[in-house]
Design a protein around this ligand. Structure first.
Ligand SMILES: Nc1ncnc2c1ncn2[C@@H]1O[C@H](COP(=O)(O)OP(=O)(O)OP(=O)(O)O)[C@@H](O)[C@H]1O
Length: 241
């Protein structure tokens, strides 16, 4: 299958600080990749560059063969790239249902019946149907994260980017989040790129891993291969791992 996302020789500097230095990889349509790497190696910078919040210093990002680097965030979103970053984005005063409805309404061209179907399907996907009438601000931290995932998928994107979605969650919520992401990927066929540190979560996803180090992809393989690769152990897990 051809790549939905192609990242080629991507560079991003902030002043004199070179964060991304020749990052290259591809993700075939319908697949998932986990982006791992030590703190400050540029994982969030990559996600923000992909959604147009940062302009690359050099290199290309393609979606289904078309260049998206340099486009505005709303143009990239319209092409089907959706994201849940670490910054909270739910409307706390509104209900769970209203939050999802707002996210669905951002899409044009749907009639009311099909909008309602998307809202119900989204609530089902994120496991919050029984909480639909609750105020978003009253949800637990974990459930708010699921709601944010729901808002990100309500536009039915081609690719979903998640930045540390399980941060601050309990171990049980973390496992349930893995199930949500797996449903999106395996049942809905959504392409997913996830930045994550939690190894229990990464293990549950059972997806190929990209290890980012010093601004470029250092290694690509399974979690098992990553865990036993001497070079990765040294840069990521520390030499004692
Ligand atoms: N807007 C910015 N201006 C200047 N420097 C920045 C900016 N954004 C990120 N950086 C720097 O770029 C480097 C990479 O940051 P980034 O947040 O991408 O790392 P990360 O791999 O996501 O880290 P973590 O795992 O800790 O979240 C850091 O040194 C950071 O201080």
């Amino acid at each position: 299958m051809s790549d939905l996302v192609t990242v080629e020789n991507l560079h991003k500097s902030f002043g004199g600080l070179q964060v991304l230095r020749g990052m290259s990889f591809g993700v075939p349509e319908g697949e998932m990749r986990v982006l791992l790497g030590p703190n400050g190696c540029g994982k969030s910078t990559f996600l923000k560059t992909m959604i147009g919040l940062h302009r690359p210093s050099a290199g290309e990002i393609r979606l289904a063969g078309e260049r998206i680097d340099g486009l505005h965030p709303h143009e990239i979103a319209r092409l089907g790239v959706s994201t849940k970053l670490q910054v909270p984005s739910v409307f706390r005063e509104l209900s769970v249902y209203q939050n999802i409805r707002i996210a669905v309404q951002r899409e044009t061209g749907r009639d009311a019946r099909s909008r309602n179907m998307v809202i119900d399907e989204t609530l089902d996907m994120i496991g919050l149907i029984t909480q639909a009438g609750n105020r978003a601000g009253n949800l637990s931290h974990g459930h708010q994260q699921w709601l944010e995932i729901g808002m990100a998928i309500a536009s039915q994107p081609r690719i979903l980017l998640l930045d540390e979605p399980t941060a601050g969650m309990t171990p049980e919520e973390t496992q349930q989040t893995a199930q949500i992401v797996l449903r999106l990927n395996r049942q809905k066929g959504m392409t997913v790129i996830i930045v994550e540190h939690d190894m229990a979560f990464v293990s549950a996803l059972d997806a190929p891993i990209l290890v980012l180090n010093q601004g470029s992809i250092f290694f690509e393989g399974t979690l098992r291969q990553v865990r036993t690769h001497q070079g990765v152990k040294e840069i990521y897990f520390g030499s004692r791992a």
